[in-house]
Design a protein around this ligand. Structure first.
Ligand SMILES: Cc1cc2nc3c(=O)[nH]c(=O)nc-3n(C[C@H](O)[C@H](O)[C@H](O)COP(=O)(O)OP(=O)(O)OC[C@H]3O[C@@H](n4cnc5c(N)ncnc54)[C@H](O)[C@@H]3O)c2cc1C
Length: 387
């Protein structure tokens, strides 16, 4: 039987980052199994490429700050530009309660080490993003070091560097289950290409992580949640460096990417299939109407229907990643449930999980808040939700 010291399931941005960081720490025998023919073809390529440290929990702020540090060194370390551009995130409040929410989040951000976010009033908002219709906006929050990243370039950087360090990527190969050494230990991964004996296994299967975990007897609280994105035809009335602009009221947000405007509006999918990734016409009409009302110049823009897409978030019950050893299986590790922030947090999560696998504990950051057992212990993370 073939074997590997560590088998990573999934070559999205998280699996690629974990594999790279394991190899970088000297683990010489890492195998990544990916059922698609290429890396990043799950949720990663569907991300809009936002990066922010403006979160409502210290745990997420700290993950973002560690990731940002690593993104700034990414090109030097890995030879690929991750596309980090600090164009800012502008959050907009339409009433005092929303503004109070942003203020409370900023306190948490300070505790987490983010100093450079500040409150903005209507006149500053008009300077930062003059395209936004001003009436109805009472204030907001802005952080200039938030901004944008290129998800598929980050994957490419990690995959290519991991391969240089000896990591094997096997594409077109799914994990279909595990051989267990009695309860509590995986001895082999049942892959579509044959069984592979495993020292340890990392679940990096994104929105599909619960089904991988189930095969190992673990009930993992990670569920898919569809998110849709509308794309305009090329449109030059909004600048390329416009900050990500987010309306706290309903989470509507927009950015410019490659000369087109991306429009996003969270909704509750009513599809029977939780893995459905279709774009709904009624949602498209609503997002366009919302955009035109709040950013009047978009009345001149039209949606390029063929380029609109949907993808899946990997939601955990408290909106935070589950990171660490699985509670009941001694050699199964989890890097799951990033809840829609997986690209921006992948640099940090990959490093931290590699530390946990190699040393039993993370040393760069305290990951206690992300321990997978927190739900069973009834200690989920509490956070001010911003988006
Ligand atoms: C519309 C949209 C916008 C988003 N915007 C952002 C954003 O601005 N910023 C941000 O940080 N995040 C964003 N996200 C979230 C981000 O895309 C995810 O958090 C991230 O891609 C998760 O990475 P992953 O590696 O865990 O998952 P994936 O990229 O999905 O990778 C998991 C991989 O596991 C593979 N796999 C699954 N099961 C098996 C199996 N049994 N055997 C073998 N392989 C398997 C899959 O094929 C897949 O390639 C967005 C998501 C969507 C849908």
């Amino acid at each position: 039987m073939r074997s590997a010291e560590v088998i990573v399931i999934g070559a999205g941005v998280i699996g690629a980052s974990v594999a790279y960081h394991l190899a970088e720490r000297g683990c010489e025998d890492v195998l990544v199994l990916e059922r698609n023919r290429q890396p990043g073809r799950g949720s990663t390529r569907r991300a809009t490429g936002g990066f922010r440290a403006q979160f409502g929990s210290e745990a997420n702020v700290r993950l973002s700050l560690l990731s940002r540090e690593k993104l700034l060194r990414f090109e030097e370390e890995l030879g690929v530009d991750p596309g980090y551009r600090p164009c800012g995130y502008l959050f907009l409040a339409e009433d005092e309660a929303q503004l109070d929410g942003l203020r409370a989040a900023r306190e948490v951000q300070r505790e987490g080490g983010l100093e450079e976010a500040w409150e903005v009033g209507p006149s500053e908002i008009a300077e930062i993003n003059p395209a936004v219709r001003a009436d109805g906006i009472v204030g907001g929050a802005f952080c200039p070091t938030d901004g944008f990243i290129r998800p598929m370039e980050i994957v490419r950087g990690y995959v290519e560097s991991a391969e240089r360090l000896g990591v094997r990527f096997e594409y077109g190969t799914g994990c279909e289950g595990f051989e267990l050494d009695g309860p509590g230990r995986i001895s082999a991964v049942r892959a579509t290409s044959g069984d592979v004996a495993a020292g340890s296994v990392v679940n990096a299967a994104g929105a599909w992580a619960a089904s991988v975990a189930r095969d190992a007897g673990l009930d993992l609280p990670v569920e898919p949640l569809r998110r849709q994105a509308a794309v305009t035809h090329p449109f030059d009335a909004l600048p390329q460096d416009m900050p990500m602009t987010v309306f706290v009221e309903d989470g509507f947000h927009l950015r410019v990417r490659d000369g087109r405007v991306l429009l996003l509006l969270p909704d509750e999918p009513d599809s029977v299939d939780p893995f459905d990734q279709s774009v709904e016409e009624s949602w498209l009409r609503l997002v366009v109407e919302t955009a035109r009302e709040r950013v009047p110049c978009l009345r001149q823009a039209s949606v390029d229907r063929a380029r609109c897409w949907a993808g899946l978030y990997e939601m955990s019950p408290d909106g935070h990643a589950l990171l660490g050893r699985a509670p009941e299986t001694e050699n199964l590790y989890l890097a799951n449930g990033s809840s829609g922030h997986g690209v921006m947090h992948a640099p940090a999560l990959g490093q931290l999980l590699a530390e946990i696998v190699a040393d039993g504990t993370a040393s760069t950051l305290d990951t206690h808040a992300l321990r997978p057992s927190r739900f069973a212990e009834d200690e989920p993370n509490l956070a001010q939700k911003l988006l």
